[in-house]
Design a binder for this molecule. Structure first.
Ligand SMILES: *Cc1c(COP(=O)(O)O)cnc(C)c1O
Length: 235
């Protein structure tokens, strides 16, 4: 067994255990393997070990990988969505995790309509109001969600967060709990379903699952340390 498949199986088990610990179904949280910076060979090992969902954050890097891998995989675009890339991103990725403004939501809808696609999207919430991160404030969401729900070609499935980086993963718990609470409140306010919460990374995915994550985005705990930083993004 390769190191990647060992680590993948370990993370899959830990996700399941965290689900059960929280009284949830063992399959209630989907593991999105974040493969940015890692080569096709690494992804192939993960595929051989049963992994189906992958997350990438840069279009130029993802395009050749997606091309080289089986067409049955599920692709999640987790990076910041740039307007000039949307037209190439939508045909490749079924899930978009970081819709971070009303403008980009509207534009994504426009392009999706043009292409006859219906991407599933998360709205990113900038919970701590960090300058370095995109996302809606809570107030903006309450104000703008109704209009975005009317978009014909993007399916808003839930909320996403990247809380401030911390050493102790327990410190992320309040942010995860707050995102879930916000989701619950929005569901009530607009009489809608927002079933998904994209939250939790290598350092804190178990806590995110305990707090209701349906999608955890885990990279380095599966593939190892990344050799370089992606400019303008998380390490
Ligand atoms: C890189 C990245 C991850 C994965 O981070 P790890 O700490 O390696 O698990 C998750 N989410 C986003 C948005 C990322 O950019």
């Amino acid at each position: 067994m390769s190191e990647i498949s060992d680590q993948l199986h370990e993370i899959q088990n830990r996700v399941r255990s965290a689900c059960r610990k929280a009284g949830r179904d063992g399959e209630a949280a989907r593991l999105v393997a974040v493969s940015k910076t890692f080569p096709v060979e690494a992804l192939l090992e993960a595929v051989a070990a049963g992994q189906e969902a992958f997350g990438e954050s840069r279009l130029q890097e993802a395009e050749p990988k997606i091309e080289a891998l089986p067409g049955t995989l599920e692709w999640h675009f987790i990076g910041r969505l740039q307007r000039n890339k949307v037209r190439r991103i939508l045909p490749l990725f079924q899930f978009i995790h970081a819709i971070d403004s009303r403008k980009i939501a509207d534009y994504t809808n426009e392009v999706a309509e043009d292409l006859g696609l219906y991407p599933k999207v998360f709205l990113q919430v900038n919970q701590a109001g960090e300058e370095s991160k995109g996302g809606f404030t809570e107030a903006e969401l309450r104000e703008q969600l109704e209009a975005m729900l009317r978009l014909s070609h993007v399916e808003i499935i839930g909320l996403m967060t990247i809380p401030p980086a911390v050493e102790d993963p327990e410190l992320s718990r309040p942010w995860f709990r707050e995102l879930r609470k916000l989701r619950d409140e929005l569901e009530k306010q607009f009489s809608i379903q927002l079933p998904c919460l994209s939250m939790g990374m290598s350092g804190d995915f178990e806590i995110a699952v305990e707090e209701g994550a349906t999608h955890v985005r885990v990279g380095s705990a599966i593939f190892g340390k990344r050799a370089y930083r992606v400019a303008g993004e998380l390490a």
